[in-house]
Structures are given as structure tokens and as C-alpha cells.
Design a protein around this ligand. Structure first.
Ligand code: ADP
Length: 344
């Protein structure tokens, strides 16, 4: 039995989310008052760090807040995230102003704030002391690429959730070969596939494109087909995981022994005991739990590509996301590891 210790570095965003509950979204020239105002800690970097932590793994978050965000750092620290790498800078904390209408419609203004500030060099950790690097796309692109390159050079497993999606230009210049895991939702997968098709349509892809489209493809079949096309556009070393809301998750792991390599794994969504209350943060919960699963396999000296490991790891992350959608909030709704285990 190995005694390796895994440590995850998250370089990402930290926000203050302000929810204004209104009857209808405000129209141009109009002034309205919300009937409720809620303020919560948010940001995809912070959400995913909390998920890794609640899953029971060690996580170190590098990011920045303004003076107004000290309480968020306190919250993250209270959950168990290592906050030594969070700088307090001149700029205000990243802020999302969210109008939530009665019919469920929302409208968001996102101020990037401190997430785009340059960090003092004392906040840059030694990448080689980590085993996993988890990135989203709510910080400067150059920063994401720098961290990815550094981690790849140090043999650290890299996980990227390109949300919000990269620009067309960034898709072209992104060092995909340095990525171990790509985690996307259905819309992101479709967008990425479309953009990569314009730049890297090789003969194999063109053949696939000419396949007659199947008339009655279910969502799952459609997604599987799409991901197979996407896989051909990316280096073969990249594991692709695509979340499909209530349909669950599809994963294409090229390292699985054949014939598994050619077969996408489909993990159906968790069976819910209650109604869906809020899907905010479900993707972040899934991603954090997936990374925690990878970290545990690393510590056990086990491979994701052997036996039932991949299925079990994905299954637990899906179960965690299922609990998350039955609760309100983003960070607060991420379940603890024992809650996930008891529900499986
Ligand atoms: P994102 O919020 O990033 O777009 P998804 O909507 O795909 O991500 O949701 C992430 C995961 O959360 C899904 O793969 C699924 O496991 C779970 N999930 C989301 N919506 C539901 C739902 N209505 N019922 C059950 N599970 C869900």
C-alpha cells in the first residue's frame, strides 16, 4: 500500500454573489426593489475548492479578494480550504449581481474585480509540491496557461473546466497537450467541437462529419457522438468528461484498456429523493468530487484506468451533484463526503 499524499492546487476565482429576488427582471429605464436580497460566497474557483475539501481532500486555493471579501476568505477557511494563497488586493472582490425573477429567469452582471489583479509573487506556490491542479476560466487566460504549463512540467495532473468558454482565439492557442482532464458541460462540448473543427479538421474528422446524421438520436447518443468527434480533435492523452444535467455524465478515457477506450462511459444522473431546488454549482460540485476521486486513487497507488475505478469515481461525483441540486445555494449546497456515501 502506498503512502503518497495528494494535494490539490486550485488557481481560480473568488466572488461575492448578490441575489436580488424580483418579480420580473428590471427593464431599461425602470427602477424596482427586490423582495429579498441574499449575499453568498461564490466564484467557480472557490466553489470547486470547497467541493474538493468537502469530499475530504487537501486543497490550496490561490486567488485574490479585495478588502470587502475578507469574510469570504474566513468562510473558505472555516470549510477547511487552505487560504494561505489568497491575496487581499486593492481592487474590490469579484462580484456577481444576480436578478432572479419569479418565473426562474435570471440576469447577471459579473464584475471580475480582484480575480484579474496581478498577485504578489509571495502568493505563487511551488507547483511541484502538488499532485493535482484544478483550473476554471474566471481568471486571466495567461495565468491559466502559465499554471497549466508549470504543473505539466512538474508532472502534476491537470484538470481544466473551461467555464465560461474560452474565446475563439484562446481555443486556438490553448496548450491542449498539457491537459490530463477536460471537464465540460454539453453546451461547452458542442462549442469547443465547432470551433476546433474550423482549425483542425483532419481526415478522420471529415469522415465522421460525412456520416449521415442519425434521425432519432437520444440526448445520450448525440452527446456520445459529439464527444467522440471532440476526442479526435484533441490530443489522445486528454480524458474528456461531459456533464449533461439530468442525463448524467459521459466520459471518454483513452487510457482504458480496449475495447473500453473506444466506448464512452455513461453514468446516469443520481436518483433524486426530492425535487430539484437549485442547479447552481452542480457542475462545480461534480468537478470537485471528481478531482477528489482522482486524488484518492493517487494516494492508493491505483489507476483510474483499471477495474471499476473510473466508474466508481464518476459515480460518486454524480451522486454528490445529485444531492447538490436538491438544496439551495452553490457552496452551501455541496454535500459532505459522508452524506454522499450514505446516499449511495
Ligand atoms: P453545469 O451546471 O456546469 O452546466 P450540469 O447542468 O451538466 O452542469 O450538471 C452537473 C451535474 O449535476 C450533472 O452531470 C448531474 O450529475 C447533476 N445534475 C444536474 N441537474 C440535475 C438534475 N435535474 N437531476 C439530477 N442530477 C442533476
Amino acid at each position: 500500500m502506498s503512502t503518497r499524499k495528494s494535494r490539490c492546487l486550485v488557481r481560480g476565482s473568488i466572488n461575492i454573489d448578490e441575489f436580488f429576488h424580483v418579480n420580473e427582471i428590471v427593464r431599461p429605464g425602470e427602477t424596482i426593489s427586490p423582495h429579498e436580497l441574499e449575499r453568498r460566497a461564490g466564484g467557480k474557483g472557490a466553489n470547486q475548492a470547497v467541493a474538493v475539501c468537502k469530499a475530504g481532500c487537501e486543497v490550496y486555493l490561490v486567488g485574490a479578494v479585495g478588502d470587502d471579501g475578507r469574510w469570504v476568505v474566513g468562510y473558505l477557511n472555516g470549510v477547511g480550504v487552505n487560504v494561505d494563497g489568497i491575496a487581499v488586493v486593492q481592487e474590490p472582490t469579484g462580484r456577481a449581481i444576480i436578478q432572479l425573477a419569479k418565473d426562474g429567469e435570471n440576469c447577471i452582471i459579473l464584475h471580475k474585480g480582484a480575480n484579474y489583479a496581478s498577485l504578489p509573487s509571495s502568493n505563487i506556490p511551488l507547483l511541484s509540491t502538488f499532485t493535482h491542479l484544478l483550473l476554471q476560466n474566471e481568471i486571466p487566460f495567461e495565468e491559466t496557461v502559465d499554471y497549466l504549463s508549470g504543473a505539466h512540467g512538474s508532472g502534476v495532473a491537470t484538470i481544466f473546466n473551461p467555464s465560461p468558454m474560452l474565446s475563439d482565439q484562446q481555443i486556438q492557442t490553448f496548450p491542449w497537450e498539457k491537459l490530463t482532464w477536460l471537464v465540460v458541460n454539453a453546451g461547452e462540448a458542442e462549442h469547443l467541437h465547432g470551433k476546433l473543427a474550423n482549425i483542425s479538421a483532419g481526415p478522420e474528422f471529415e469522415t465522421a462529419q460525412k456520416e449521415p446524421s442519425r434521425p432519432a438520436m437520444s440526448t445520450t447518443d448525440h452527446a456520445m457522438h459529439l464527444l467522440e468527434l471532440l476526442q479526435r480533435q484533441l490530443p489522445l492523452t486528454v480524458n474528456i468528461v461531459c456533464t449533461l444535467g439530468p442525463v448524467g455524465v459521459i466520459a471518454l478515457l483513452p487510457g482504458l484498456p480496449k475495447p473500453g477506450a473506444a466506448t464512452p462511459l455513461h453514468i446516469p444522473a443520481a436518483k433524486l429523493r426530492g425535487p430539484v431546488l437549485d442547479t447552481t454549482g452542480a457542475g462545480d460540485c461534480f468537478t470537485g468530487y471528481l478531482v477528489a476521486g482522482l486524488m484518492e486513487l493517487y494516494e492508493a497507488g491505483a489507476s483510474i484506468y483499471s477495474g471499476e475505478n473510473a466508474f466508481r469515481c464518476l459515480r460518486r461525483a454524480v451522486e454528490a451533484a445529485g444531492l447538490c441540486v436538491q438544496r439551495r445555494g452553490a457552496m452551501d449546497s455541496i454535500p459532505l463526503r459522508n452524506e454522499v456515501e450514505n446516499s449511495q
